[in-house]
Ligand binder design. Structure first.
Ligand SMILES: CC(C)(COP(=O)(O)OP(=O)(O)OC[C@H]1O[C@@H](n2cnc3c(N)ncnc32)[C@H](O)[C@@H]1OP(=O)(O)O)[C@@H](O)C(=O)NCCC(=O)NCCS
Length: 169
C-alpha cells in the first residue's frame, strides 16, 4: 500500500458560532465543538484510508479557551499516525479576530478512527510518513497515546503498555 503523508489528509472546516449553538454564557457549547471536530477528523481518516471510517475513541480534548457567540471557528485536522487498521487524528481549533483576521489557537483534540469494510470489519490502512517537525513529534507520541487509550478502555493490560511503562521506569 502506498505510504502517505499527514498533508494528504488535511481537512479544514470553517464556520460561525450561531445562537442555537451556545451555552448560557454565550460561548460555543462543548458538544457542538466535539461534533465539528468529529466531522473534520472523519474526513481526514477517509482521505488517508479511502475507506469507510468510524470513531473508535476520543483520546483527548482540551477546552482551553471559550469561543464566544459570533466567532469564526476553524477546525483543522490531519492524520498524525497510522497503525494497522486505526489512525490517530490530531485536531487544532482556531478562532479568527474579526478586525485583524489574526488566528488564535482555542482548543485541540485527538481522536482515533478505524477503517472498516462494508460489514464493519476493520481493514488495513496505508502507513504514514511525517514530514514537518510538529508532525514528527505527534507521530512519535502517538503510540503512547494509543496504548493509554487501550488500557483505559480495558483492551490492553497495563503490563503490555511498553511505551507507557518507559515513561516511568
Ligand atoms: C471501532 C471498532 C471498529 C473496533 O472494532 P474491534 O472489534 O475492537 O476491532 P479491533 O480490536 O481489531 O481494533 C481495531 C483497531 O482499533 C483500535 N482500537 C480499538 N479500540 C480502541 C480505543 N479505545 N482506543 C484506541 N484504539 C482502539 C485497535 O487497537 C485496533 O488498531 P490497529 O488495528 O491499528 O492496531 C468497533 O468497536 C466499532 O465498530 N465501534 C463502533 C464505532 C462507531 O459506531 N463509532 C461512532 C460512535 S457514535
Amino acid at each position: 500500500m502506498q505510504v502517505k503523508h499527514p498533508s494528504d489528509s488535511i481537512t479544514t472546516l470553517t464556520d460561525v458560532v450561531l445562537p442555537g449553538e451556545t451555552n448560557p454564557l454565550n460561548n460555543l457549547f462543548g458538544g457542538e465543538l466535539l461534533a465539528r471536530m468529529d466531522r473534520a477528523a472523519s474526513i481526514s481518516a477517509r482521505r488517508h484510508s479511502r475507506r469507510i471510517c468510524v470513531t473508535a475513541s476520543v483520546n483527548h480534548v482540551a477546552f482551553n479557551k471559550a469561543i464566544p457567540l459570533g466567532s469564526v471557528v476553524t477546525v483543522e485536522s490531519k492524520v498524525s499516525r497510522a497503525f494497522n487498521t486505526s489512525m490517530e487524528i490530531y485536531i487544532d481549533v482556531w478562532i479568527e479576530d474579526r478586525e485583524s483576521g489574526n488566528k488564535t489557537k482555542a482548543n485541540e483534540a485527538i481522536y482515533t478512527f478505524v477503517a472498516v469494510d462494508e460489514t464493519g470489519n476493520p481493514v488495513p490502512v496505508p502507513q504514514i510518513e511525517p514530514q514537518t517537525e510538529l508532525e514528527k513529534q505527534r507521530f512519535d507520541a502517538a503510540l503512547r497515546r494509543k496504548q493509554l487509550s487501550l488500557v483505559l478502555a480495558g483492551k490492553m493490560k497495563p503490563h503490555d503498555a511498553t511505551e507507557l511503562k518507559a515513561l516511568f521506569v
